[in-house]
Design a protein around this ligand. Structure first.
Ligand code: Z5A
Length: 224
């Protein structure tokens, strides 16, 4: 997307389970705020009251009976509301939006893993996302085993949700799917080694944000 003068920037975090997206989204927001920027941290599925209601239905597993294509449509429906209510108004008032998962999660979970045809995913993206594509997507990459171990440690004795219950092969497919997204769109995406300690991941995230969104070349994108 071409950034308009005065418009905020839209940054998304993507990656498999336990990659550290929520941790790094908060840390990036703190760093941006220290630079004097207004920041909105949000997430998918969710990020607006109606989208949070859809999140509850999906993660409870009650939508699983619809199959991956039906779930993809529910994610897209939630995304439409999230964009209308939260993301676009924030960008329009000049805030930077940091979102924990977005459209690439549909392409990878429902597309690469769920085998929903890429033409369907493309169509949903055109309808739901339209011109509001992220300026920068940070793909947190780590071995599936490491991510699952982190998520299991955090979960403790609680029941896994709809997606946490997938087997290790599925998590490997997800990792490959996110790397394929990065390869297909290198202008938008940066892959970050998420197996490092949190401080090192945060520094790599910040380096990518500085290089892509603060460097003089990025500023020229705004020029009329
Ligand atoms: N989904 C989909 O299928 N289609 C879609 O279009 C969308 C989503 C938008 C949402 O789950 C599910 O919806 C998701 C995909 C699907 N399925 N899964 N699984 P969610 O929102 O409940 O959870 P998540 O997005 O998968 O995130 P997560 O598993 O909670 O992990 P995370 O946000 O990437 O990580 P974290 O919470 O920051 O960290 C996890 C733990 O690791 C925690 O204890 C941290 O303290 C620790 N951590 C974090 N970083 C590190 C490092 N660097 N080293 C060591 N330990 C760390």
């Amino acid at each position: 997307m071409i950034a308009m003068p005065g418009r905020g920037r839209f940054i998304t975090f993507e990656g498999g389970e336990g990659a550290g997206k929520s941790t790094q989204a908060r840390r990036l927001a703190d760093r941006l705020e220290r630079r004097g920027l207004a920041v909105v941290v949000t997430r998918e599925p969710g990020g607006s009251p109606k989208a949070e209601a859809i999140r509850h239905v999906i993660l409870s597993g009650r939508a699983r009976m619809l199959g991956p294509a039906g779930e993809a449509m529910l994610f897209a429906a939630a995304r439409i509301d999230h964009l209308d209510v939260t993301i676009r108004p924030a960008l329009a008032r000049g805030a930077w939006v940091v979102c924990d998962r977005f459209m690439d999660s549909t392409r990878v979970y429902q597309g690469a893993l769920g085998a929903v045809d890429s033409a369907v995913i493309d169509a949903l993206e055109r309808v739901a996302v339209a011109e509001t594509r992220p300026d920068l997507t940070l793909i947190l990459d780590l071995p599936a085993e490491t991510g699952c171990a982190r998520a299991a440690a955090r979960r403790g004795a609680a029941t896994p949700d709809r997606f946490e219950g997938e087997d290790i092969e599925a998590h490997r497919t997800l990792r490959a799917g996110f790397l394929a997204v990065a390869e297909a769109d290198p202008t938008r995406c940066v892959v970050i080694d998420a197996a490092q300690p949190p401080d090192d991941v945060a520094d790599a995230v910040w380096a990518a944000v500085e290089a892509r969104l603060f460097a003089p070349r990025a500023a020229r994108v705004d020029a009329p």
